[in-house]
Design a protein around this ligand. Structure first.
Ligand code: IMP
Length: 190
């Protein structure tokens, strides 16, 4: 389903700031320090999933002190709605380089049902990486449909649809520097 939002009022449409810019930056620094320690003396390949993970990827890669390569994938789930994932995943952009024998970390914005990531993990495992771990900024466990072992987790959040710091509603709100909850009337307006 595609939705057309007309000129959303980015800040006024937010009912509540769930995670502030400062809290995000502190968490990114903490995750970066853990990764730098865990991957000491190794090189790391960060694979991020467009578009929502873009700000997290950009910040996290600069917080990691070991040599990193980056690669980007884009997937779309189809058959769902603007706020619900369907579990059917289509690859819109594949990896640019081989990950054979590499230490790979998937960098995700949010894990909700887990269906997207479950697909991605199976896909990337088939490409024979040396190791494959998962780092997500947000974990929304309430709606999980598949069991996923998350190696690095930023924040566990309640079952609310959130926007900002890369996350969108109808492709907007990605540029908010914090993570917030939209006012219900924004959904009903679309
Ligand atoms: P999953 O397959 O249900 O785990 O959903 C993963 C994808 O759904 C994420 O990468 C997001 O693009 C999107 N998504 C899930 N929950 C939210 C949310 O609260 N806000 C914005 N996007 C979300």
């Amino acid at each position: 389903m595609s939705i057309e939002l007309e000129q959303p009022d980015l800040v006024r449409d937010v009912a509540q700031v769930l995670i502030s810019e400062e809290q995000i930056q502190a968490k990114v620094a903490e995750l970066g320090a853990r990764l730098s320690e865990d991957y000491r003396d190794r090189t790391l390949t960060l694979v991020s999933v467009l578009k929502g993970s873009l700000p997290f990827m950009a910040d996290l890669m600069r917080a990691v002190k070991v040599p990193v390569r980056i690669d980007l994938m884009e997937v779309s789930s189809y058959g769902g709605s603007a706020t619900e994932s369907s579990g059917l995943v289509r690859i819109l952009k594949d990896l640019s380089s081989s990950i054979d024998g590499r230490d790979v970390l998937i960098v995700e914005d949010i894990i909700d049902t887990g269906l997207t990531l479950n697909y991605l993990v199976r896909y990337l495992r088939g490409k024979n990486p040396r190791s494959l771990r998962i780092c997500t900024l947000l974990d929304k466990p309430a709606r999980r449909l598949v069991d996923i072992a998350i190696d690095y987790r930023g924040f566990t959040i309640p079952d609310q649809f959130v926007v900002g710091y890369g996350l969108d509603y109808g492709e907007f709100y990605r540029n908010l520097p914090f993570i917030g909850v939209l006012k219900p009337e924004v959904y009903t307006r679309a």
